[in-house]
Design a protein around this ligand. Sequence first.
Ligand code: GLU
Length: 498
Amino acid sequence: MITTDQQPVRVRFAPSPTGRLHIGGARTAIYNWAYARSCGGSFILRIEDTDPTRSTDENTQIILRALRWLGLDWDEGPEVGGAYGPYCQTERLDTYAEALEQLKAQGSVYPCFCTKEDLDKKRQDAEKSGKAYAGYDRTCRSIDPAEAQRRIDAGEPHVWRLRVPLDHKPIEFDDAVYGHMKFPIDVMDDMILVRSDGSPTYNFAVVCDDAHMKITDVIRGDDHLSNTPRQILIYEALGFPVPRFAHLSMILGPDGHKLSKRHGATSVEEYRDRGYLPDALVNFLALLGWSLDGETTLISREKLCSSFSVDRITKKDAVFDETKLEWMNGCYIREMGADAWLNVARPWIVAAGAQESAIDQNPDWFKRIYPLVAERLNRFDELPDKISYLFWGATTHLDEKSIRKVLKKDGARADEVLKETRAILADTSIPWQCDPLQSRVKELVDSMGLKAKFIFQPIRVAVCGNMVSPPLFESVELLPRKDVLARIDQTLAEVFDA
Ligand code: GLU
């Protein structure tokens, strides 16, 4: 077996565009990308679109967009080019045809004329006799070559199968995650390389591409582990060096079953739309099966790129814990600062009721929202509910529960509190700033003989609509005086007929 040991590292992410970019695929992409970055190698993106019934251009675009959003820049691939392109399998069909010709000339493949019905019957017969189906029984392997050629020339449909060397030693390789693997040759059936319509099978195309693209390390999901010995046989038949392999364990949902739609969102886009930051998602996914030192949880992109190593990937299945992701996202939000925050928050601020043009005209006002919400925000989609009161203008929208529990609470004297507060807030000699306003209102605690919460809660409800808004006087300061007074007036009229 020839290996790729001495060459500069070249890794690839090879999605099939049959759907959106799944969280598991994103993790595979991150590991390949981080590994390439950690050792000055190249990260290649290849679109495996040879299944015409399931692959679409739209999905390819969605995948590219998701990878770009995650910040996983590829050195070679679609939209970027490179010396080993094209990077879509449907544009590489001539290379598979050429490889097939080589295998034919060597006698390493043979045409198989068995029909689907023949194969189904063989499978059923095996099952009936209580034996597990051991794969294709090699009926066509012994057809005389001249006879086979005659049938091909007559237009009989056929596939091309690999003539597995029956005297081959067990197939062995050292997987970077699973360790030493050994597969006896007698479990390898003569797999199909080229279908009757001339299209290559996955195993054939992937080997041709990985070899032509000089891939040194194949890092992919462990659902491909059983394909690896088959692929090694194809590398050997073609005389190509065999890359190193690292197979990644599954990602499980919290119930211990493979992560799927049942558990909620599974595509990168869904996480983007729920207000996760790409930095947080990359950090979180990187830790699903890899660790820096077994302890550190917040790992920047730079650190990941400088420290990623294949030998710290674990074989244990990883559990996707969305609570941890939320927590992590919150940490990134608190770190990001107001400028970056406003860039990301923009659509959610608009959803809260702000005008796009207002953000363009006065971004600094909007940046002042950041310190009000950063402490309590874990996902951006929570933002509209939290800040819509900032865009109500002169109107308030009182929450029923808050009316009952705060404004109408027995003995709370909320109407008096609102009237006294209104007088303070109407006093133009007090600067319209959080601290002076707050300390004047606080004096009501003594003068009215009420606990602080009975002073502040009614004002909060009148101005922000409910009991759980961001800090009160910081919010008041952001709003125009006339709007705050109008909201208090409306509350007094609506709730107290005052
Ligand atoms: N196209 C394959 C998939 O999406 C990738 C296989 C590989 O990485 O070898 O599962």
